[in-house]
Structures are given as C-alpha cells and as structure tokens.
Design a binder for this molecule. Structure first.
Ligand SMILES: [Zn+2]
Ligand SMILES: [Zn+2]
Length: 370
C-alpha cells in the first residue's frame, strides 16, 4: 500500500491510498509548493501524525491511513475502517473554538425582490369543426382552440401591504393590451429606480445614533468599519445601516419577475403569441427546456440610448422575466390557498376593503362564480 501525504503548514493531508494489498507497502510524504514537488520516505507514519497532533506516541497506537484517525488497537482500527474505507482519503478536521459556528456568508443572495408582477390569462374554448377520420389510421384531431379572452395583472411591492397596481381587461384584443401594459410598467419601474438612486427619504428614520449592527450581515460594527446608509431604490425606504462592502455585495436583481402559476404549460403559449404586438425595439431572451416549452422568457423593454465617453452607442433596457411559480411551489393554486392561514391574505383584504369575511372566503375558493 502506498500513501502520499502533503505537509501544508504542518498540516498532514492524505492524498492517495493505493488499492493493492501486497505485503510490501511504503508511506511517502509529498512536500510541495507552487512549483516544486519532492517525495520523502516516511519510516513511521503513526509517529509523524502523533507529532503533528501533539499526542504522545505509543507503540500500540495504530493509524487509519485513509483519514489519519488514531486508534488504540488493531480491533478498533478494523471497526473504524469498515465505514471509513468506503470514502475517498480525507482528513477530518474539527473546527476550533473561534470557528465553531456556521455563518451564512452569501449575504447578497438573501436580498428580496422589490417588485413582482403576477398575472393570469383566461381563455374561451372554441370548438373546431373537422371531418371524420378513419379510425384504423393514426391521426391527430383538433378539438378546441383556446382563445384568450381576458387577463388580470397586479404589481406587488416588498413590505407593502397594499397592491401597487391592479388591472383586469376583457375582450378579443386583450393580448395586445397585456403587452402594452407590460411596456408601461417596465418604463415606470425604470423611472422609479432613477428617481431613488440617492436617498431622499425621511432622515429621522435613519437614526444615526442607532448604528450598532449591520442589517445585512448582522455583525456588530467595529470602530474602523466604513458604515453607509442602505435604502431601497424602488420605494426610497431606509433599510438600515450597513458595512460598505455588504452594501456593495447586496445587489438587486436586474429584472422584475412576471409570475403566473403553470406558466410553462399554459400561459406562456399565449404570451409568445402576444409578443408579435411588442415594440420593434423590444429584445427577447429565452431559456428553453424543449422547442415549445421555455423555463423563462426575458423581455427587454427599450428605455433610451446614449453615446458614452468612448463614443459607443449604449442602449438601456428594463427587463421583465416570465417565470413559473409552479416550479417553486409544486401544487395547484387551490391547494396552496387552502394551506395558507386566513390571516395571511393581507393584500387581498386591503384590496377588497369593506367586504365581509364570508365574501373574502368566497374569493379564496375555487368554484363556479355566477
Ligand atoms: Zn479512517
Ligand atoms: Zn455587514
């Protein structure tokens, strides 16, 4: 058996354990830096591991060459190796006192999406007339055409209990209006972001005395930390004091999600048809799963173009990305609504103020409505 190990700042790591079970086996220590590698013969591996771990060496100690676990007897080693040898050679290193807690470091991934568009398209089923086909031959037959007849579109803002925008439209030209509405919303989002680049909210909210911990990484501030004010570029709300580096790492996504339930299998077919009504300057990006089904569809609504300092023409777009909520919550809307406690329908209750609890219940139920 051959074992190669590497000394990294007096830290021994198993690199390779040979599989052959011959009588003759040697242990090698691989000393390496970035450019040179050098093998050294190890005469007694147990003695070396004991020395590095600051354990007193005794002749009855035996070592597992796969993980450098020290056992007091051969029986214990065999018991240990029953599980250990199934894995690749690796050294188990327990965290020390200062690093014993696991901390979430990817603070930028924790950031909420400030605005979300939800929509629902409805269709009328128009029967298709066709001639009878002989039953003995293979054929496909069109039975119905799904004719879009209306939609509902709503914009919801993070930490706002009121719906920002709600529109319902019915009629044969609804797809055209739907696309037009999306363009208007995208331009509105862009203007809002531009207007709130610099915090102009109430300064009293941003209490300078209250600079104790960073609201993003939740660490206490040190005297040498650069502390900055963090605000939402959509709502202009003060979010909290943060480290400068946390503030820079926390990036808002560059698109606004446009969500429908079961989008991929149904609504997206209509949306794709509606794209012919888009402005000529609008760009599209798709992430396809098949030729007919898309994981996501991103619409780039043209805002403006300008010439930059290098005399290049730069086009500015505001992006809307269609995504399917069924991919994140794999259940029917009816079941999802039933699973949510009744006190959670804050947006719905605020939107339909003055309705009785029975009427709100009716809005949360799937049934035929007159
Ligand atoms: Zn082991
Ligand atoms: Zn921080």
């Amino acid at each position: 058996m051959l074992i190669c190990s590497r000394l990294q700042q007096l830290d021994l790591v198993p690199v390779h354990l040979s599989k052959s079970e011959e009588d003759f086996e040697i242990d090698l220590l691989l000393l390496s830096d970035e450019s040179t590698h050098h093998y050294v013969l190890i005469l007694n591996l147990t003695k070396l591991v004991c020395a590095i771990n600051q354990i007193q060496y005794r002749s009855q100690l035996v070592i597992c060459k796969s993980c450098f676990h020290i056992c007091r007897s051969g029986d214990r080693l065999r018991e240990h190796q029953r599980g250990c040898l199934e894995n690749k050679p690796a050294r188990v290193k327990m965290p020390n006192e200062s690093a014993k807690d696991l901390v979430f470091k990817n603070v930028q991934a924790r950031w909420f999406v400030p605005l979300v568009i939800y929509f629902e398209l409805e269709s009328l089923l128009q029967p298709v007339q066709g001639c009878e086909r002989p039953p003995e031959t293979s054929h496909s037959q069109f039975l119905q055409i799904h004719e879009p007849c209306g939609y509902a579109l709503t914009v919801v803002e993070h930490s706002n209990d009121n719906v920002l925008f709600l529109k319902q439209e019915r009629g044969p030209g609804c797809l055209q209006t739907f696309v037009k509405d999306l363009h208007i919303l995208a331009r509105d989002f862009y203007e809002r972001k531009r207007a709130h680049m610099i915090f102009t909210g109430r300064v009293e909210e941003a209490d300078p005395e209250n600079k104790e911990l960073c609201w993003i990484c939740e660490d206490l501030f040190n005297a040498e930390d650069e502390i900055v004010l963090d605000h939402c570029h959509f709502s202009n709300k003060f979010l909290g004091w943060s480290h400068s580096q946390c503030n820079l790492a926390r990036r808002t996504v560059k698109f606004t999600p446009v969500i429908a339930h079961n989008l991929q299998n149904y609504d997206l077919h209509h949306v794709c048809l509606a794209l012919s009504h888009c402005e000529d300057t609008t760009t599209f990006q798709v992430l396809p799963s098949t030729e007919e089904k898309f994981q996501s569809l991103t619409l780039g609504v043209f805002i403006k173009s300008f010439t930059n300092s290098r005399r290049a023409n730069v086009k500015v777009y505001e992006y809307l990305r269609f995504i399917d909520s069924l991919k994140f919550m794999n259940s029917s809307l009816e079941k999802l609504v039933r699973n949510l406690p009744s006190d959670k329908f804050q947006l719905l209750r605020n939107q339909f103020k003055g309705k009785t609890p029975e009427q709100i219940d009716l809005l949360c139920t799937k049934r035929f409505h007159p």
